[in-house]
Design a protein around this ligand. Structure first.
Ligand code: EPZ
Length: 422
């Protein structure tokens, strides 16, 4: 089994270029199914979630190719309108194929995505959005059986769900007429999806705000697009420098996409300077605890950065209160951090991190994607050796976490070895 061996306790110094955004490329690749031609997607990171998505596209009849970080998808001749169970189980976010398949084929069938490591993953908002466009959706024995000709409609989301907004956008470009999505999610990934769809000939406006308007019904042609950088991966690497001390340069990312996180790191005592596509950070040997951190929809503090920032603050002077408001079970990394000497108390949605003088390397297991990344962040700031297992979680979102942290000066290697858990 692959594990990460991290020799921590020394300041970092280096520079790293940030990969393409997982949470942008997944809906964009799903959107290629709407094009009656070839789509070329640049800056597509090598992630297992991307591989699963490409497998779904191949199952649907698309011709798929990859050269380095460029993926081509030709959806000219679709042959299916379903997502196989095994692929749905591997990746809950496959539910975002519902809109494109329904929009292109007039029918769709996929299994109910169910929960995951973060707790329940309901899709009621996805379904109500598609029903507002005329979709007939029946839930039969754990599967969603969908049909109906989509027409433009008014979609109001009771909460700004990223996935539901994406599904509604992807369906609406195929729906005859005008669709308005109110209380849409405002994440940068939605703006990227809008740019991609408009490259294909769609007419989508307003992404990044709470109201998105789509004039749909025109067939879409192929196109070329470069995916934005991954702001959460950037937060991970900034947190690693903060955890270990030292200095680093994170390049290729739009600093505006993570300003709530850089503000917290600055409050903790780091020096953070941003230019159009570079964030430079200097970190002191000891951070300070910060005012309460509450996760919220964009532009609030991102839930995906909660674990990695928590890892950086474990050795801070003073305490920090976290409130995780987006998911029910997103503190699973806390027990593993405690094995390294962290002092964290969890009460429901609230976690209180009491700073300790040092963390010690230990054998720890990834619990989920960002929890696993957080343990690597803690490892570079811990004294001694950390062995991190269950990397399948981390490989979903990081193309090469070890190489990127090594570029920042960390002593970290991926190696094969027997691993019977912690
Ligand atoms: C996206 O998940 C991201 N995943 C998540 O990143 C991210 O944490 C999340 O947005 C919030 O920013 C991808 O983009 C692939 P939501 P998504 O729908 O779309 C509830 C990572 O680490 N909800 O905005 O599933 C839901 O239960 C991953 O990269 C409903 O109640 O998130 C949650 O509490 C983890 N009904 C809240 O909304 C619905 O129909 C936010 O979920 C849909 C969601």
């Amino acid at each position: 089994m692959s594990i990460l061996r991290i020799e921590g306790g020394r300041p970092l110094r280096g520079s790293v270029h940030v990969q393409g955004a997982k949470n942008s490329v997944l809906p964009i690749l799903a959107g290629t199914f709407l094009a009656r031609g070839v789509c070329v997607v640049h800056n597509c990171p090598r992630l297992t979630d991307v591989e699963y998505t490409l497998s779904i596209l191949k199952h649907l009849g698309c011709r798929v190719g990859r050269e380095e970080d460029t993926v081509t998808v030709d959806a000219s001749d679709p042959v299916a309108a379903d997502v196989p169970d095994n692929l749905m189980r591997q990746m809950r976010s496959s539910v975002v194929f519902l809109g494109p398949i329904l929009g292109r084929m007039g029918r769709a069938e996929l299994s109910y995505p169910g929960g995951c490591e973060l707790g329940p993953r309901p899709i009621d908002l996805h379904l109500s959005a598609l029903r507002a466009m005329g979709a007939d959706i029946r839930e039969e024995g754990g599967r969603l059986v969908c049909g109906g000709r989509l027409t433009g409609g008014d979609v109001t989301l009771s909460l700004p769900s990223v996935g539901a907004t994406e599904n509604a956008m992807l369906a609406a470009v195929a729906a005859e007429g005008i669709t308005t999505i109110t209380n849409a999610a405002r994440e940068p990934e939605l703006v990227d999806l809008q740019a991609f769809l408009n490259t294909l000939g769609a007419d989508v406006r307003g992404a990044g705000s709470s109201v998105i308007t789509i004039r749909g019904g025109r067939p879409l042609h192929g196109g070329e697009h470069t995916v934005i950088a991954d702001r959460i991966v950037a937060c991970t690497y900034l947190s690693a420098v903060a955890a270990a001390g030292g200095e680093g340069e994170i390049t290729g990312v739009d600093w505006r996409h993570l300003s709530t996180v850089t503000a917290v790191l600055a409050e903790a005592g780091c020096g953070v300077t941003s230019s159009p596509d570079t964030i430079a950070i200097t970190a002191p040997p000891v951070l300070k605890g910060v005012r309460p951190i509450r996760t919220a929809p964009y532009p609030g503090f991102p839930t995906d950065a909660q674990a990695v920032v928590m890892a950086a603050l474990c050795k801070a002077q003073g305490a920090t209160v976290f409130s995780e408001n987006m998911f029910d079970s997103r503190y699973r990394h806390v027990d593993e951090l405690s094995r390294m000497g962290a002092d964290i108390r969890v009460e429901g949605r609230v976690a209180v991190v009491y700073g300790v003088p040092r963390l010690s390397g230990a054998r720890v297991c990834s619990t989920d994607l960002r929890g696993g990344a957080a343990l690597a962040v803690a490892g570079v700031g811990a004294e001694g050796t950390t062995l991190l297992g269950e990397l399948q979680h981390v490989d979903r979102g990081y193309a090469d976490l070890a190489a990127d942290l090594r570029a920042l000066g960390a002593d970290i290697r991926r190696e094969e070895r027997e691993w019977s858990g912690t």
